[in-house]
Design a protein around this ligand. Structure first.
Ligand code: ATP
Ligand code: MG
Length: 424
């Protein structure tokens, strides 16, 4: 019996990888334009890191983490998100000492034991970034503008929703007001909301149930309960988005599934992925570095799901083709095969994507292969041509052919072919 991949764990096959590489290339380029440096952190961390940062009463910690005991009896978790690990590393290596404001990004797999469906996997991948050391509202707007640009350059149209979740000074009072409001609807809410009413009341607001949403129509709004500092910050973030011409809407019901958020939170939403409507999300987490044992530094970041971006790109018909090759060497006969073999390798050292058939098939079948491989050119060498010291270079698009002198050493021939092809 053959072994299959685990449920919710997906192979990314070569024809899909092209889209992934494009997403990563564009994202990296934009991260660099905004002054971010890449950081790579481990996939496994002590469980405590996530419990302390994400929060005990969250879906992730309560039921989604891949946690196990290692051979030494320590509790280990496969990271469900990136921020906690990056901050752990930031604190551990005292990165704040090197630069007062750090801009970091990372790309890699995350693990959550959820019910797999379209756009929802158990191993998924995120592009994520963090800025540590500044609480300026202009930074929040800049980070959202960066997320916006990534989506724009990918050719995706997505809406930005934002909110403020207040801070430890104003949120507790709002929570109390909300709990009292929810008390008035006790017994009328869905199972999740009934449970969260007391443990994590903010979470009820983004419940998907139409019945619950109907009840929350008159729920108190966090935006009416912000303290002066948070209110001013929120206004300034909106003003920053306005001057940068980033369209957004305020959604006062948007909370996030992680406890560490303060003030600005945002989501990048699409209506093209059914229930999996968020392609990215993020926000400010001003107390988190300190909570993880570091200095009292503010921070902000976001994560984008690569699987969801790839789905959207495919849905919008942006099928990326496999990278075509530059030159296919079609060699017929033993001597021609020998020449072709060294020539192909030398062409690769000159920077060309070159291929040849090692099986010694017929010319017809080699030309078929050349066509399939998307080659721009084919160099046809038969033993007869070789004897005359000639090969035929065919432009696979225009079908024009020209004779190429083969009587030079391989390096010189490869160099002149490379020059000829790269100039096209
Ligand atoms: P959702 O509401 O869809 O569960 P989330 O709020 O749990 O998303 P975050 O923790 O904010 O998501 O992660 C940021 C992004 O990572 C999401 O917007 C999404 O694109 C992606 N993501 C999160 N969980 C998954 C998953 N299980 N499979 C694929 N992508 C995911
Ligand atoms: Mg989730």
């Amino acid at each position: 019996m053959s072994v299959k991949a685990l449920k919710g764990f997906k192979d990314i096959l070569p024809d899909e990888v092209e889209i992934w590489q494009r997403i990563e290339r564009i994202a990296r380029d934009i991260f660099h334009r905004f002054g971010f440096s890449e950081i790579k952190v481990p996939i496994l961390e002590k469980t405590d890191l996530f419990v302390r940062s994400i929060g005990e009463a969250t879906d992730i910690v309560e039921k989604e983490m891949y946690t196990f005991t290692d051979r030494n009896g320590a509790s280990i978790t496969m990271r469900p998100e990136g921020t906690a690990s990056v901050l752990r590393s930031f604190v551990e290596h005292g990165l704040h000492v090197r630069q007062p404001v750090q801009r970091l990004y990372t790309i890699g797999p995350m693990f959550r034991h959820e019910r797999p469906q379209k756009g929802r996997l158990r191993q998924f991948h995120q592009l994520s970034c963090e800025v540590l050391g500044s609480d300026l509202p202009r930074l929040d707007a800049e980070v959202m503008a960066m997320a916006w640009l990534i989506l724009k350059e990918l050719g995706l149209s997505i809406s930005l929703e934002m909110n403020s979740l207040g801070c430890p000074a104003c949120r507790p009072a709002f929570k109390k007001t909300l709990i009292a409001f929810l008390q008035g609807h006790a017994g009328q809410l869905c199972e999740d909301c009934e449970r969260r009413r007391e443990t994590n009341p903010l979470r009820v607001l983004d419940c998907k149930s139409a019945n619950c949403q109907e009840k929350y129509k008159n729920a108190p709004s966090i935006l009416d309960h912000l303290c002066e500092g948070c209110g001013d910050h929120f206004q300034a973030v909106k003003q920053g988005l306005d001057v940068l011409n980033i369209p957004y809407s305020v959604n006062s019901f948007m909370v996030r599934g992680l406890d560490y958020y303060t003030r600005t939170t945002f989501e990048l939403i699409t209506d093209a992925l059914g229930a999996q409507s968020a392609v990215g999300a993020g926000g400010r987490y001003d107390g988190l570095v300190k909570q993880l044992g570091g200095p009292d530094l503010p921070g902000i970041g976001f994560g984008m799901g690569i699987e969801r971006l790839a789905l959207l790109l495919r849905q919008s018909g942006q099928e990326a083709a496999l990278p075509g090759i530059d030159l296919f060497v079609a060699a017929l006969g033993e001597a021609a095969q020998e020449t072709g073999y060294t020539l192909t390798n030398t062409l690769r050292t000159k920077g060309l994507k070159a291929a040849m058939d090692l099986e010694g098939r017929s010319l017809k079948s080699q030309m078929k292969q050349a066509g399939k491989s998307g080659a721009r050119f084919a160099l046809i060498i038969g033993d007869d041509e070789l004897a005359k010291g000639e090969g035929v270079l065919r432009d696979m698009t225009t079908r024009e052919q020209e004779t190429i002198a083969l009587k030079q050493d391989t390096a010189a021939l490869a160099a002149s072919l490379a020059e000829r092809i790269q100039s096209q």
